[in-house]
Design a protein around this ligand. Structure first.
Ligand code: MF3
Ligand code: CO
Length: 249
């Protein structure tokens, strides 16, 4: 069942997502060559708790940290570690979830560490545009997979591939609600979109093939061919006009 939210509930979700957006700004400023991913995780947890929230991911299915930090060929769910030190030229995918006063917010960004090459810049630009083009289809009267198809088209026109194994999701009182939102497939399928739906759309795009695998730590997802990957996610609410992007400042 897809749970639609009232405007009062959406106001609350905006508050959870505001903490997510501010945590992203804080981590973006801190992330630099020589900094460990554990330091960033600690800073994020302190920030989220300081704002009265809880990190949504901590303890979720046993996840051991507050945020996910995935470097270069890591797609999602990288576990922060004091021995993972950021280096000039890396790309870092930062995924943050916050639970605040009964609702979750969820967003991901991929950022360059120092100067990165053109391919990395193009990958980041593409995943961002893919999400924007998907969000633009999140309108009452459209079908769910209109979003999916718009994301896929943007990624593939740039010569990249879209991860199949992980998808976006509804969000609200639970971090993962219905529906699942694939980032690929033909348009015009799935449930009809309606005002009050709240969705976390999250394309993951690889430079090479779309296949991924999970490392021995049972969490870190990497590209099977070792190619670079980027992730961008926003939590949005469907309105009677333009989609409301709750997780942007
Ligand atoms: N943004 C991701 C998601 O929706 C992050 C989940 S990480 C986990 O699903 F640790 F909580 F699993
Ligand atoms: Co998510």
């Amino acid at each position: 069942m897809i749970v639609r939210k009232s405007s009062r509930e959406i106001e609350k979700m905006k508050k959870a997502n505001k903490i997510v957006a501010e945590a992203h700004e804080m981590l973006r400023d801190k992330a630099a060559p020589g900094v460990s991913t554990a330091e960033l995780d600690e800073a994020a947890e302190e920030f989220i708790k300081g704002r009265g929230g809880e990190p949504s991911f901590k303890g979720y299915k046993g996840y051991p940290a507050s945020v996910c930090l995935s470097i270069d060929n890591e797609v999602v769910h990288g576990i922060p570690d004091q021995n993972r030190i950021l280096k000039e030229g890396n790309i870092l995918s930062i995924d943050i979830g916050v639970y605040y006063q009964g609702f979750h917010g969820d967003a991901a960004r991929t950022i360059p560490i120092g100067q990165v090459d053109n391919e990395k810049e193009k990958l980041i630009d593409t995943v961002k545009r893919a999400l924007d083009n998907g969000i633009d289809k999140a309108r009452a009267g459209n079908r769910l997979t209109d979003i999916s198809a718009a994301v896929q088209k943007t990624a593939e026109e740039a010569g990249f591939s879209v991860v199949r194994q992980y998808v976006g999701h509804g969000i609200g009182r639970e971090m993962h609600e219905e529906p699942q939102i694939p980032n690929f497939g033909p348009p015009g399928e799935g449930p009809k979109l309606k005002e009050g739906m709240t969705l976390a759309i999250e394309p993951m795009i690889n430079v090479g093939e779309y296949e991924v695998e999970t490392l021995e730590d049972d969490w870190t997802v990497v590209t099977s061919d070792g190619s670079l990957s980027a992730h961008w996610e926003d939590s949005i609410a469907l309105t009677d006009s333009d989609p409301l992007i709750m997780s942007r400042p």
